[in-house]
Design a protein around this ligand. Structure first.
Ligand code: NAD
Length: 246
C-alpha cells in the first residue's frame, strides 16, 4: 500500500485505531479522524513513531459538511484517496422499542448510518478520479441479526449492510469495491458500559469462547481493501468467532 492514502473515521480508539495502525504498517499514508481530538492525535503519534505518515483531521461523521471536508482535505494533503474505513460508531441507549428514547434513536442513526452515507458520498468522487478505490464500512453482527434493547443500533447496522450492497453495485464497474465488515463483540471502550455478568454472558454467545480483539478486525479490513481482495465486493464479511453460525 506504499504511496496509497487511507481515511479511517473514529480512529482515536478501539477498532478504528487498530485499522489506522494496520494501514500504516502496510505502508499507506493515513488520515486519522475522530471527534476525540486527543485520542486521534495519539493514534497519529503512534503511526508517525513507526515511520509511516499520518495526519489528524477532526470530523463528526453526523455532519455532512465535516465528512466532505475530511475527504477534500485528504486529497489536498496527500493528492489522492485510495481506501476508506467508515468505522465511527456509538452504541446508544438500551431499551425495548416502546421505551427507546427518541433522541438516542436519532443520535445513533445520525452517527452509525447517516455518517456512513455522508462519508461514502464524498469519498467516492475522489476515488472515481483515480479509477479505483476500496471502502470498508464497519457494520456488525447486528447488520444481520437483532439484539433486544438495541433497536437503533441494529437498524443502523442493517442499514449499513444495504447501503454497502447498493454502492458496490453502483460503482463496481468503475473500479470501486465496497464491503461491510461485521465484528461480533470486540474488547474496546465501546463495551465499557457493560458489567462483568453481561460480558461473561456475551463470551458464551461466541462459539470460539471469547470476545474478539480490535486487531483481528483490522486485519480483515486491510485485506478487504487490498488488491488481494480484487473480486470481493458488496459482501458482508464476518469476523465474529462463529457468533452468526449458531
Ligand atoms: P470505540 O468507542 O472504542 O471507538 C469509536 C470511536 O468513534 C471513538 O474514538 C469515538 O470518539 C468515535 N466517534 C464517536 N462518535 C463519533 C462521531 N460522531 N464522529 C466521529 N467519530 C466518532 O468503539 P469500537 O468498538 O472501536 O467501535 C468502532 C466501530 O465498530 C463502531 O462502528 C461500532 O459500532 C463497531 N462495532 C464494535 C463492536 C464492539 O463490540 N466493540 C462490535 C461490532 C461493531
Amino acid at each position: 500500500m506504499k504511496n496509497k492514502v487511507a481515511i479511517v473515521t473514529g480512529a482515536g480508539s478501539g477498532i478504528g485505531r487498530e485499522v489506522a495502525l494496520a494501514f500504516a504498517a502496510k505502508g499507506a499514508n493515513v488520515v486519522v479522524s475522530d471527534v476525540d481530538d486527543q485520542g486521534g492525535n495519539e493514534t497519529v503519534e503512534m503511526i508517525n513513531k513507526s515511520g509511516s505518515k499520518a495526519i489528524y483531521v477532526h470530523c463528526d461523521v453526523s455532519k455532512e459538511e465535516e465528512c466532505k471536508a475530511l475527504a477534500d482535505v485528504t486529497v489536498e494533503k496527500f493528492g489522492r484517496l485510495d481506501y476508506a474505513c467508515n468505522n465511527a460508531g456509538i452504541s446508544g441507549a438500551q431499551a425495548p422499542v416502546a421505551e427507546y428514547p427518541t433522541e438516542s434513536w436519532h443520535q445513533v442513526i445520525n452517527v452509525n448510518l447517516n455518517g456512513v452515507f455522508y462519508c461514502m458520498k464524498h469519498q467516492i468522487p475522489h476515488m472515481l478520479k483515480n479509477g479505483n478505490g476500496a471502502i470498508v464500512n464497519i457494520g456488525s453482527i447486528l447488520s444481520k441479526v437483532g439484539f433486544p434493547t438495541a433497536s437503533a443500533y441494529v437498524a443502523a447496522k442493517h442499514g449499513v449492510d444495504g447501503l454497502t450492497k447498493n454502492a458496490a453495485m453502483e460503482y463496481g464497474a468503475q473500479g470501486i469495491r465496497v464491503n461491510n465488515v461485521g465484528p461480533a463483540f470486540i474488547k474496546t471502550p465501546l463495551l465499557n458500559a457493560l458489567d462483568d455478568d453481561t460480558l461473561n454472558y456475551l463470551e458464551t454467545q461466541h462459539p470460539i469462547g471469547r470476545l474478539g480483539k480490535p486487531e483481528e478486525v483490522a486485519t480483515l479490513v486491510v485485506w478487504a481493501c487490498s488488491d488481494e481482495a480484487s473480486f470481493v465486493t458488496g459482501a458482508y464479511l464476518p469476523v465474529d468467532g462463529a457468533y452468526l453460525a449458531r
